[in-house]
Design a protein around this ligand. Structure first.
Ligand SMILES: [Zn+2]
Length: 452
């Protein structure tokens, strides 16, 4: 390269020298006259003067370009580098959040905030980094700042809802969820979270409105909506009864029963109120219909109460009438075994327990067998044998949450463990959906799935 350049300059110098010699060998003069001025010179000098003038003009032009354009170009290059570094910090910060590295995320968030003038992007990273690091105030500040930005407000609300729930501030979470619902009522997680939160604080009517909006916007399926509405009506019926409004309570329970007669809580509610209203026959019909769809031990005492029968032997016949609506079910055999035991019919009790237990009788069957042995024959060896079997027997049906699997002693509309509404079903562990298949399709939400 350098050799070429030297050769090039040599060539230029040689050409210039040849030119000068050529000019010197051909002398000539130039005379210019202008307004009384007179210039006498040789052609060579004139040519050199013209070359010098051109060079000077070029130099001046370059100087002008440098002084005017340079600072801008310099700043531009600097800003470009700043933005590039900002985006790098942002990318690394987001990667750190994904990797769960709180320290790295916060460091990059601070850097990105300083380098980039794009608050929405950097706020999100700052909020997530603060959340990851357990800095609640920092996260809340960042999420709140996002509310100012139209595009980021929804995301900010989501962050604030999660944050409030983690802090255990349900009322605050609910108010944020209401704002998020106003912004985007068609977003599934918003509908599900708002619905669950309203149910958790017992705002049954508001929850029903949210549910109906969700149904209109097809965020909630018709089938799920039907059962959820029925369970909300059960809660509204309870509230009406507490307020001393027996007629409303019964109307609401009847409406619930029309919607979802296969839900045990619905059957129980309506039968209870019908008994209270003195309409035992109607209560018995309600319970028979419910038993056919979903038998449950709590329905048996209600049926007996509705019948008004107190004679132990006659009560066996009454329970048989109920059990006949689903004769092969475990609950039917267990109900009949219990009532036979109460009437002292040991053989009958054992026969039903045998039928209920099959090859691997569950806990309830083993315990009742022990009771039969105790009361019928006082056979302590057999009693112990059955109690020992109970300890290792397959788990009984119980109220289990389809969303989180939590076990509950009695039915409630809101799961105490995950806060989901309508997720408690009467079933054995690990047997989801065999009673009502579509209902276990849990929808993901912030708080927990809202299945019915
Ligand atoms: Zn649950």
């Amino acid at each position: 390269m350098t050799v070429l350049r030297i050769l090039f300059w040599f060539a230029i110098a040689a050409a210039a020298m040849l030119g000068a010699v050529w000019l010197a060998e051909r002398p000539g003069s130039v005379t210019a006259e202008w307004h009384g001025w007179r210039l006498d010179t040789s052609v060579g000098v004139l040519l050199i003067a013209i070359v010098v003038l051109i060079l000077l003009a070029v130099a001046l032009w370059l100087l002008y370009r440098w002084t005017v354009g340079a600072p801008g170009a310099l700043l531009e290059g600097w800003g470009e580098g700043r933005r590039r570094r900002g985006y790098r910090a942002l990318t690394q910060g987001l990667a750190a959040v994904a990797a769960g590295d709180a320290g790295e995320a916060q460091k990059n968030a601070r850097q990105a905030e300083k380098l980039l003038s794009e608050p929405p992007l950097t706020m999100l990273l700052s909020a997530q980094a603060a959340q990851l690091a357990g800095d609640r105030d920092g996260a809340r500040r960042a999420f709140n700042a996002m509310l100012e930005d139209e595009q980021m407000a929804f995301l900010g609300l989501r962050g604030l809802i999660t944050q409030s729930l983690r802090d255990g501030d349900q009322a605050q979470a609910l108010s944020y969820a209401e704002r998020a619902f106003e912004l985007r009522p068609q977003t599934p997680w918003v509908v599900h979270s708002l619905f669950d939160m309203q149910a958790q604080v017992g705002q049954w009517k508001a929850a029903q409105e949210t549910l109906e909006q969700g149904l209109r916007r097809k965020v909630i399926t018709q089938d799920k909506g039907r059962t959820l509405k029925a369970l909300l009506l059960v809660e509204r019926s309870r509230a009406a009864e507490r307020d001393g409004n027996a007629i409303d309570a019964l109307t609401l329970a009847r409406e619930a029963s029309t919607l979802a007669p296969e839900r045990i809580a619905v059957t129980e509610r309506l039968a209870e109120l019908q008994i209270k209203a003195g309409d035992g026959r109607r209560a018995m019909r309600t319970l028979e219909r419910g038993w056919a769809l979903a038998p449950h031990p709590d329905l048996v005492p209600l049926y007996l109460k509705a019948s008004g029968e107190s004679d132990p032997l006659k009560r066996v016949g009454i329970v048989r009438r109920l059990a006949d609506h689903k004769p092969d079910d475990l609950e039917s055999h267990l109900a009949l075994a219990q009532v036979a035991l109460d009437a002292g019919l040991w053989g009958e009790a054992r026969r039903h327990l045998d039928a209920a237990g099959g090859t691997s009788p569950p806990v309830r069957v083993c315990r009742l067998m022990a009771e039969v042995e105790e009361r019928a024959h006082s056979d302590q060896a057999k009693v112990h044998e059955w109690l020992a079997r109970a300890a290792t027997a397959p788990a009984d049906r119980a109220w289990r949450c389809a969303a989180c699997g939590a076990h509950h002693e009695s039915w409630r509309s809101v799961c105490e463990s995950c806060g989901a509404f309508g997720t408690l079903h009467w079933r054995a562990p690990g047997t989801y959906g065999h009673i009502l298949p579509p209902e276990t399709q849990a929808a993901p939400a912030l708080q927990g799935p809202m299945s019915s």
